[in-house]
Design a protein around this ligand. Structure first.
Ligand code: ADP
Length: 660
């Protein structure tokens, strides 16, 4: 039990300490987080609704978990005198261990990370935003209660567990008793203080209003008792005539929510706030969505989809085993929570629901993978989402860029994953580029700025913008005014391999193969010049190549250098050094070192002087030292590691002495 440990035990109740991070977070939630305290109810109802879904799911395979005459529901009970509000659900419930795991900690895996970030950036906005990403649902009830008692019984089990806490750092666990499967949470409310957003949550009308506002679409009835003044049974007056008796308070059970699925309502009748509430309900994200997309497919198969683009990436977006997917409903009944067959993985950040009339109610996860309808839906939904992203980009680029910042890396995965949609994806991608130090560019932006006669889209991959920017490979491009895209995300190395061209222009790495820049005439001139120089330096090149034959496959003269003496390049079809490094870092990949090409700058003094030494004495031992130094220079310039830093240091030390 890593999260909490028993501190002491009385006869039956045990006291546990909250995990330290949970305690800190709890403190923030209670004291400073939300001015809108009423949202605690939406959180508890959302949890209850999830628990009811789960009971229904589990009962599909184990009928004993739910008898046919059980009405799944959430009930709100109040006691004005005792100032308590109780939420009673007959959902899946929890056993003792589940209570410890789920209620004893907040957002288990993310809490540590969250607290670290909060420590670095402790302003209230950042706090709210970060908590939004992790969710602290259940604990929000401590905003309005100074003690919470939870009694719960897991479906299929007999014993109930009682959990209680005053939110002060510890909680107690005991045996409890509950006459039904599910969870009963009693909030011992603090004083009502309407000016500070603490309404009287024992008041029926207050509850009714909050439920209508935040939880109207919940699929299960949310019941509460309304006391109505009604005339009593008839009595006889003095003359013996029947008259209505004195009015009495009579309790009526009412359903507070309409339960109308939000996606079945015409979208122009649904307010943004209603969509936001529904989004929060399904996503457990505290932020409203960035954008909402309501879709209706008609034709051979009919279905509706309500999709949301989140504002912020969840912390587990890149975790390997994070579950993702849309909620799948069949005729308004939820049948799968994370259906990953409805969108490709590179759109896993999209949240929402799909409701189809044509799928069997008992469709299983395995069937989803092969189902023809689902595949058609995925294709259609993917196109719709990509087109919609394009539309946001055209209509409100700033908004699109905020989405790009959060999800750009995921979207790029689509280039290799979904070649069919490359045409839709490429225009909505953004890249760092030599054109602007801070702003990103689209490919269309690049095409517009291309020089006359330029036939290729130049790019360079690397570890970071700084590393790429100072790379010698860019020298000639910079001098001649050619823009180069900087592909510095780890995914870029992989995805660029599956893209060949955009609008008829090929992608070309400036770190690979040979380069020819300028007009046809300039190219021809450069070629002739290079041929001449190559002849002149030919013997020196051969000598250097011999000296470096273990690590370098060719030594040649370069057209891409203007100020540096040397750089290393890869052959057109070889891996870039960055890709080699990335592959080597990822576990288990045994990548043989690739031999590269060493390119020298014929205009550099170093080369002319080296040539003079070589001509004076072709076996001068200094050539050997310089061969190694040139190689190291090229490696350092592109950000690669030196194979033998100690040997390099020795050489530099020797050189330093010569200079004195
Ligand atoms: P979240 O709902 O975002 O996971 P919460 O703190 O609200 O975070 O709840 C933590 C967990 O406690 C839930 O994921 C669920 O497993 C469990 N839980 C909360 N409320 C209930 C309930 N009414 N019935 C069953 N389990 C519940």
């Amino acid at each position: 039990m890593p999260d909490s440990k028993p501190q002491n035990s009385s006869e039956s109740a045990e006291t546990f300490a909250f995990q330290a991070e949970t305690r800190q977070l709890l403190d923030i939630v209670i004291h400073s987080l939300y001015s809108n305290k009423e949202i605690f109810l939406r959180e508890l109802i959302s949890n209850a609704s999830d628990a009811l879904d789960r009971r229904r799911f589990e009962a599909l395979t184990d009928k004993t978990l739910l008898s046919e005459d059980t009405q799944l529901r959430i009930r709100l009970e109040t006691d004005t005198e005792a100032r308590t509000l109780t939420l009673d659900d007959n959902g899946i419930g929890m056993n003792r261990q589940e209570v410890i795991d789920n209620i004893g900690t907040i957002a288990k895996s993310g809490t540590r990370e969250l607290m670290d970030r909060l420590a670095k950036n402790p302003n209230p906005e950042a706090t709210a935003e970060l908590i939004g990403r992790f969710g602290v649902g259940f604990y929000s009830a401590f905003m309005v209660a100074d003690r919470i008692t939870l009694v719960t019984r897991r479906a299929g089990e007999e014993d109930a567990t009682r959990w209680e806490s005053t939110g002060d750092g510890t909680y107690s666990l005991d045996e409890g008793s509950l006459d039904h499967v599910g969870t009963r949470i009693t909030l011992h409310l603090t004083e009502a203080d309407p000016e500070n957003g603490i309404e009287d949550f024992t008041d029926f009308h207050v509850l009714e209003e909050i439920v209508k506002k935040h939880s109207d679409f919940v699929a299960y009835p949310i019941l509460a008792e309304e006391m109505r003044e009604e005339p009593g049974a008839e009595i006889l007056d003095a003359d013996g005539k029947p008259i209505p008796g004195p009015t009495q308070s009579v309790a009526h059970e009412v359903t507070l929510n309409s339960r109308i699925p939000i996606w079945t309502r015409p979208s122009d009748e649904v307010t943004e706030e209603e969509y936001a509430e529904f989004y929060r309900h399904i996503s457990h994200d505290w932020n409203p969505p960035l954008d909402t997309l309501s879709l209706r497919a008609e034709g051979r198969i009919e279905y509706r989809a309500l999709l949301f683009l989140p504002k912020k990436a969840p912390f587990d977006l890149f975790y390997r085993d994070t579950q993702w997917g849309l909620r799948l409903y069949v005729k308004r009944v939820l049948i799968m929570e994370n259906c990953d067959g409805l969108l490709p993985a590179y759109l896993r950040f999209v949240r929402g629901i799909v409701d189809s009339a044509d799928l069997p109610l008992n469709i299983s996860r395995e069937m989803v993978q092969q189902d023809r309808h689902i595949n058609q839906m995925r294709k259609w939904l993917t196109k719709k989402v990509l087109d919609h992203l394009g539309q946001i980009q055209r209509e409100d680029e700033e908004k699109y860029l905020s989405l790009w910042k959060e999800f750009g890396r995921v979207l790029k995965e689509g280039l290799s994953m979904d070649q069919e949609n490359q045409k839709r994806l490429l225009p909505i991608l953004y890249f760092a580029s030599s054109h602007d130090e801070t702003k990103l560019t689209t490919l269309d932006g690049y095409l517009e700025r291309m020089k006359e006669g330029q036939e290729e889209i130049f790019y360079l991959t690397g570890e970071s913008r700084t590393a790429v920017e100072s790379s010698p490979h860019l020298e000639a491009f910079r001098e001649k005014g050619y823009e180069v895209l900087y592909l510095v995300d780890p995914v870029d190395e992989i995805v660029i391999q599956s893209v060949f061209e955009y609008e008829g222009k090929r992608f070309k790495s400036v770190g690979k193969g040979s380069v020819e820049l300028g007009t046809e005439e300039e190219k021809k001139e450069a070629e002739e010049n290079l041929a001449e120089k190559s002849k002149e330096f030919s013997d020196l090149m051969t000598r250097l190549q011999k000296l470096l034959e273990d690590t370098v496959k060719e030594v040649r003269l370069s057209t891409r250098l203007t100020t540096s003496p040397v750089c290393l390049v890869a052959d057109e079809n070889d891996m870039s050094p960055n890709l080699e490094r990335l592959l080597r870092q990822s576990e288990g990949a045994d990548i043989p070192v690739q031999k590269r090409i060493l390119e020298l700058n014929p205009e550099h003094d170093l080369l002319t002087k080296l040539q003079a030494r070589f001509q004076a004495d072709p076996v001068d031992p200094i050539l050997e030292d310089y061969a190694q130094l040139l190689l190291a220079y090229g490696l350092i310039a592109e950000g690669s590691d030196l194979p033998n830093p100690a040997a390099y240091n020795k050489l530099v030390g020797k050189l330093m002495l010569q200079g004195l």
